[in-house]
Ligand binder design. Structure first.
Ligand code: SAH
Length: 226
């Protein structure tokens, strides 16, 4: 069978934007955000999530759910990607680090808004496939590195924002150090079996930090690197 003419999934993507808006409204009491920012809404409506999932998952790409991407990993729920992007308060000139490249979808969302994205993936097959995908889609402002995200990316630090998309048991100190004063880190903290919470850590001008717990979440573990 040939592909349907509407294979760009524009209608499905527009529907997903409305579903994510509805989820923001439902969780506003926890997150403090009643609606997506205009730039996150625009990015969610633009980034082609169906290109970031395996062929077998394409029909489900615009459901507001996580999906398997191979190697036991998942592409996060679109609501969580949008929320994490809003919580890091991205601006056009920002340089942002992502830990846990996975499919490259969160990196693409950030790349629509900020100046430069650096993203680290532990599993070489996933990271290399994401780098190739992002290149093919025309994202010139994303650099992918294969390595251990617990160490961050000191050569490119400091960052205006850091988005961690896998859960460490505690906040990795190296990442706090690589944040600019005024910068924010969004990180799900907790062990894999137990409860995790999505934290927003803001670094003050004097280098001290302020932490806010936003909502309970479930992420794959940030695996200790070798
Ligand atoms: N942000 C991704 C989803 C990430 S799932 C997306 O948009 O598709 C979490 C990812 O973190 C997985 O790909 C996993 O391999 C990776 N990961 C786990 N431990 C890591 C570590 N120590 N350093 C870097 N990446 C890690």
């Amino acid at each position: 069978m040939s592909a349907p003419l509407a294979a760009d999934y524009a209608a499905e993507r527009a529907q997903l934007v409305e579903e994510v808006e509805a989820t923001y409204a439902q969780t506003a009491a926890l997150t403090g955000l009643r609606a997506m920012s205009p730039q996150v809404r625009a990015a969610l409506g633009k980034v082609e999530r169906h290109r970031f999932v395996p062929d077998s998952q394409r029909a489900l790409a615009y459901r507001n759910h996580p999906l398997p991407i191979g190697a036991g990993q998942t592409i996060s729920q679109p609501y969580i990607v949008a929320l994490s992007t809003d919580l890091v308060a991205p601006r056009p000139g920002h340089r942002v680090l992502e830990v846990g490249t996975g499919s490259g979808y969160q990196a693409a969302m950030l790349a629509e808004i900020v100046g430069q994205v650096y993203t680290i993936e532990l599993i070489a097959d996933l990271g290399n496939a994401a780098a190739e995908r992002l290149r093919a889609l025309g994202y010139r402002n994303v650099e992918v590195r294969i390595g251990d995200g617990y160490a961050g990316w000191p050569e490119k630090a400091p960052f205006d924002g850091i988005v961690v998309t896998a859960a460490p048991p505690q906040v990795p100190q190296a990442l706090v150090e690589q944040l600019k004063p005024g910068g924010r880190m969004v990180v799900p903290v907790g062990s894999s079996g137990a409860a995790q919470e999505l934290l927003v850590i803001t670094k003050r001008a004097d280098g001290t930090t302020e932490t806010r717990s936003v909502l309970p979440v479930r992420f794959v573990p940030l695996v200790p690197g070798k």
